[in-house]
Design a protein around this ligand. Structure first.
Ligand code: NIG
Ligand code: FE
Length: 455
């Protein structure tokens, strides 16, 4: 596709600094987590008269992996000189009238799995139901079998391939769930591989333990199967996961017919006691008390929320108003791919002051897309989010959903220099060209890690 992955980053030269200049627009997303009407404010810097060659067109300067400053190029260069930065030690990159945003952040993926499930697409076209396929031993359970059978090398290769696709669409940080092992050895393998892929870079990977994704096959024949599996999760998987030390978060598929709010609470509270942050698959298919539980336990995020109850929305609004927001991570590519009519009420969330983030939910069953720009398109078309809201939802709010809002997700002095240079003059065009390849370059920690060979 004309993109080059630059191993280890372009050390042009080994220079510690980078200035990207001649942008039409920089969407800084400065100012922290966005909720309510602020979700629609990307804190823009724009070229005077729309002319990127103007002296005061916006530029971004990075130094040793962090953002130094963003602003009109003439002021910026003067300020750098005034503070004693050696201009000769900055590589220059020409934005050529493009727009610059923070690197996109994908706060909900199931990156690692064996096999694929294209057959279910046809089954669903013929009327099969997602949970019925699962109960019949397909769905998540067929991916569990394929994942258990896959070698570490196969899983890592698969992970590298899809991380490469994510990067090519502008993603610089992801969360990656386990959950296709459902036994301790395989869950640990998935967490270890996710962790090692993050160390390999350039995309940062934050592993989440999702042992509570479905009841493991070994427990399903038992009359008390779900309860016995929950006890196994708390007594055996969690101590092993905590001792391994790779997972940052724990997640549960809290859904009618899968894990109840009471079972989810037990798993997540024990995980929190062992130092893991909480997140939840909540109210995806039926109102199941997931949003209420996320608010009650102070989860970092409640994800899906296609069909939250009124009480659940009220609970999320109340914690947000109290300054303890749970981020609503909505996954519109999933409802679209499942051909479901129920879509997360993102406009209601925004009106009620609940911060919204977007994620791909990348997985083989319900959302096999690695592209956040595509998810932004679906969010605009189906959830009626504005392009600016969609950008907030894939940058600063997505960072907050991962507890990273002080590190990434905005272009502000001191934040990590994770940036995307887009081949469009305004961020409003990112969701406007569905499925196009709009990324010109990706910068990770101040280094150019991907660059389109031809403009
Ligand atoms: O977020 N709903 C639960 N988990 C995933 C789907 C996993 C699968 O079908 O393999 C989701 O949609
Ligand atoms: Fe998911």
């Amino acid at each position: 596709m004309g993109l080059r992955l630059i191993q280890g980053g372009r050390a042009s030269d080994g220079l510690p600094g980078l200035i990207i200049e001649h942008a039409s627009e920089v969407a800084t997303m400065a100012g922290g987590l966005r909720l309510g009407v602020r979700m629609d404010d990307p804190a823009l810097l724009v070229a005077p008269g729309g002319d990127p060659s103007h002296d005061a067109a916006p530029a971004v300067a990075c130094w040793e992996g962090r953002i130094l400053a963003a602003g009109p190029r003439n002021d910026l260069v003067q300020a750098l000189e005034g503070s004693g930065y050696p201009l000769a030690r900055f590589a220059r990159m020409d934005a050529a009238g493009g727009t610059i945003t923070p690197g996109l952040i994908d706060p909900h993926t199931h990156l690692l799995f064996g096999g694929s499930r294209e057959g279910e697409l046809v089954m669903r076209q013929r009327g099969a139901d997602y949970l019925e396929i699962l109960q019949a031993g397909g769905g998540i359970l067929s991916t569990v079998a394929a994942t258990r059978a896959a070698s570490d090398e196969q899983l890592a290769e698969h992970g590298r391939r899809w991380l490469g696709e994510m990067l090519a669409h502008g993603t610089t940080t992801i969360e990656a769930k386990s959950g296709y092992g459902l036994d301790l050895p395989t869950e640990l393998r998935l967490l270890e591989i996710a962790y090692q892929l993050g160390r390999e870079g350039p995309v940062d990977v934050l592993p989440t333990w999702l042992g509570a994704h479905a009841v493991a096959p070994e427990f399903r024949a038992r009359p008390d199967g779900t309860e016995a599996y929950v006890r196994h999760l708390v007594e055996e998987q969690l101590p092993g996961v905590a001792a391994q030390g790779r997972a940052r978060f724990a997640d549960v598929f809290c859904e009618r017919g899968v894990f109840s709010p009471e079972q989810s609470r037990r798993v997540l509270l024990e995980a929190a006691r062992l130092g893991l942050g909480s997140r939840l698959h909540a109210d995806e298919l039926a109102p199941s008390g997931g949003a209420e539980l996320a608010a009650e336990i102070g989860a970092l995020s409640a994800d899906h929320l296609a069909v939250p109850s009124q009480a659940g929305i009220d609970a999320l609004a109340a914690v947000a108003a109290a300054g303890q927001p749970v981020v609503a991570v909505v996954l519109p590519a999933t409802t679209w791919f499942l051909m479901h009519e129920d879509r997360a009420p993102a406009r209601t969330f925004i009106e009620r002051g609940i911060p919204v983030a977007l994620a791909t939910d990348f997985n083989p069953g319900t959302s096999p897309t690695p592209s956040l720009p595509f998810v932004m398109t679906v969010a605009c078309l189906e959830l009626k989010m504005t392009p600016s809201e969609a950008l907030a939802a894939t940058t600063i709010n997505a960072a907050a959903a991962l507890g990273l809002a002080d590190e990434v997700g905005s272009i502000e002095t001191g934040r990590y220099a994770d940036l995307v240079l887009w081949r469009v003059p305004t961020h409003r065009q990112i969701p406007y060209w569905p499925a196009a390849d709009l990324v010109r370059a990706v910068v990770k920690r101040g280094r150019v890690v991907l660059e389109r060979a031809t403009p």
